[in-house]
Design a protein around this ligand. Structure first.
Ligand code: HMG
Ligand code: MG
Length: 300
């Protein structure tokens, strides 16, 4: 297979997909979701976050999830956790996590609401976490939120987005996932951002994380593909949203992403039927209809 036709999918349902859910989801159901996504062929699963349980109660069982994964993970797959600070990193180390994601934002107001820190403070923390993680042989991915708009400030300065991305890479993140946290980006804005980005950052170190609030996520993926991005984050059944981003609805549904990619000559390694079953499973748990059009079309 031509390597350029391979697209990496970072499945974020167990973390981004569930973090905003009010219903208390059992550990067994979280583990079953991870197992089903794993069996569907996803190679990268973001399984939880080591954040404050007072801030995000739904992620409190992340240690137990990694305890399970310690015994049952599939070799060569990545099971990652989100980490906001050194305390979170310590939990990741204690739980044998091999890959973490740090997260900062390009908007001052969102940064304050999400992690109680200014952008400058968050950069200092991210640098320290990346350095300590690397000392412990833990790989680090990074998120930059609000790259195409902020729920509190509206427009976000493109140059700041580029500069912050560059900094995260200089600190040692192997990839920066560009977060359209509230899904306001359009293909035109995505293209403008990526053109600016490519002047300063290798495109191979970028990923797209498009929430689908305004139905633009798949179109933004398409533009990003044309610009050379080959890693996208998505969430089965289109679950997701950040508790500190008012108006943030679901992520791009993985089923819709996989369908588009597989019918456009790209390889993902994902079995679409099994993926749809995984989505149906978590929707039954959440007593919810799917947000994935592909899933709806296939289960009628
Ligand atoms: P803070 O209150 O400023 O923290 O919160 P603090 O350092 O003052 O500590 C306060 C308490 O929290 C202390 O406990 C600490 O021990 C504890 P107490 O003494 O009161 O009992 N604490 C922790 N506990 C567990 N794990 C930790 C931790 N750190 C401190 N790691 C903090 C600061 C960052 C902790 C908090 O704001 C927080 O947890 N925020 C997380 C917010 C979050 O998870 N948001 C969603 C993820 S981001 C997202 O969804 C966007 C993304 O998808 C990309 C996109 O869409 O753009 C990634
Ligand atoms: Mg997100």
């Amino acid at each position: 297979m031509n390597h350029s036709q391979w697209v990496n999918i970072v499945e974020v349902a167990p973390r981004d997909g569930l973090q905003n859910e009010k219903l208390c989801i059992s550990l067994e159901d979280k583990i079953e979701l991870i197992q089903r996504l794993d069996h569907a062929g996803l190679n990268y699963l973001e399984c939880g976050s080591f954040v404050s349980p007072k801030w995000v109660p739904q992620m409190e069982a992340t240690s137990e999830i990694f305890e399970y994964l310690h015994k049952h993970s599939t070799p060569d797959k990545t099971y990652a956790a989100l980490v906001p600070n050194i305390k979170g990193l310590e939990s990741a180390i204690n739980n044998g996590v091999k890959e973490i994601a740090v997260f900062i934002a390009a908007s001052e107001s969102f940064s304050k609401k999400n992690i109680n820190k200014s952008i400058d403070e968050s950069i200092t923390v991210a640098r320290e976490v990346i350095k300590e993680a690397q000392k412990n042989n833990i790989k680090v991915r990074a998120y930059l939120s609000c790259v195409l708009g902020c729920p509190y400030e509206g427009q976000v300065n493109t140059q700041s987005v580029v500069d912050l991305t560059k900094q995260l890479i200089e600190f040692g993140a192997y990839e920066v996932s560009l977060g359209d946290t509230i899904g306001v980006g359009t293909p035109f804005k995505t293209l403008q951002l990526l053109k600016a980005m490519k002047e300063k950052v290798p495109v191979s170190m970028l990923a797209g994380h498009f929430h689908d609030t305004y139905g633009q996520a798949l179109a933004n993926v398409f533009v990003s593909l044309q610009e050379g991005i080959r890693t996208f984050d998505s969430s089965v059944a289109g679950l997701g949203g950040c508790p500190y981003a008012k108006g943030a609805s679901g992520n791009l549904a993985t089923e819709d992403l996989v369908y588009m990619l597989q019918n456009s000559g790209y390889e993902t390694g994902v079995n679409l039927s099994k993926l749809i079953e995984a989505g149906n499973f978590i929707n039954r748990v959440l007593v919810r209809e799917t947000n994935s059009k592909v899933s709806r079309a296939n289960t009628k």
